[in-house]
Ligand binder design. Sequence first.
Ligand code: ADP
Ligand code: GN1
Ligand code: MG
Length: 370
Amino acid sequence: MSEMINQEIMQAVSNFLIEGELLSFEKYGNGHINDTYLIVMKDQKRTIKYILQRINHVVFKDPEKLMENISGVTAFIRKSIEKAAGDSSREVLTVINTKTGAPLYKDGIGHFWRMYLFIVDSKCLEKVSRPEDFYQSAVAFGRFQKQLADFDAFSLHETIKDFHNTPARFIKFCQAVHSDPYNRAAKVAQEIAFFMEREDDMKVCLAAFEDGRIPFRVTHNDTKLNNVMLDNKTGVGLCVIDLDTVMPGLAVFDFGDSIRFGANTAAEDECDLKKVHLDMVLFETYVDGFLHGCDGSLTKEETALLSYGAKTMTLECGIRFMTDYLEGDTYFKIYRENHNLDRCRTQIALVQDMEAKWSEMEKIVKRYTK
Ligand code: ADP
Ligand code: GN1
Ligand code: MG
């Protein structure tokens, strides 16, 4: 890390209401959006860990409103955990305030920082190695849904406009294809055609909402496997993190984004597309765990759209990666040339495999529908 960033981090840390002296800090995690650091503080008796994040304010245009959402949602969840005599330092994110009592510190150069208590004795996974871990993540995301069932979804700010409005994403994708500022479109004509042929699929879930068949709820909207912490010893799903995109949305999209990422047999940026498949054991495991965690809070109409939720989120992520590739890679962090294109291609391969396994997916969902 550069000396300038080090200075920025130290200054940010000194503005939060925490005890002890700064012992160490390091870059942490694998997120595509924010900059995350592990902070270790030390006093005479012990060391305490925190997570410090510089919020990406190009993506999240109003960090103050975003932190209002997170403070509200975490306080609401905390109450139910305390009522159930749970461990509120590990089962929900704890926002650390600044010395002036704010949930956010804005530094002199316009960067926004926030701090959370580090969730100790826990891990998050980049890839599923045991179905049981995926089951636990599903229960945790389902439970998140249930915990917020009585939270007024429309009191939340929309932190990214039209975040999972897939048809709106499709329009932006078409605009990027049309303007093609880096002359990349010709090279990826096949991939572009793949998405163009599936425009109607991208409308199915939102149309169900517009017809009044399924509701908007408080949803997480970024239900990647690495956004849930599992207990190190027991493996139990402890806590859902990365709450920046908690907004009113569709529960089937929370389900779908988890499948897109976690039930893929390969990494999101795998270059060997032969390795990309939908793992049906993991698909079934997630259906089971998510519905168990939701504990009856989903309607029959929502359950019937779970497979479509998975396909829509995969198509949507595919067009988002492609749009970013065409626009010169400004949104998602990239670590190599064509990184967004590689990511886009895995999403296409995954959709193709879902199409091949569609009736099997639907059968599984039916089996778990009560
Ligand atoms: P991004 O939006 O960039 O994905 P996240 O909020 O998901 O950022 O954080 C990135 C990573 O940091 C997570 O995947 C997780 O490994 C770790 N992390 C975040 N918050 C905590 C926390 N409170 N305790 C422990 N680890 C955390
Ligand atoms: C981003 O921040 P992270 O890595 O959890 C993105 C998600 C995408 C995901 C693809 C705010 O999630 O929407 O699905 O990358 N988050 C935002 O890996 O755009
Ligand atoms: Mg994350």
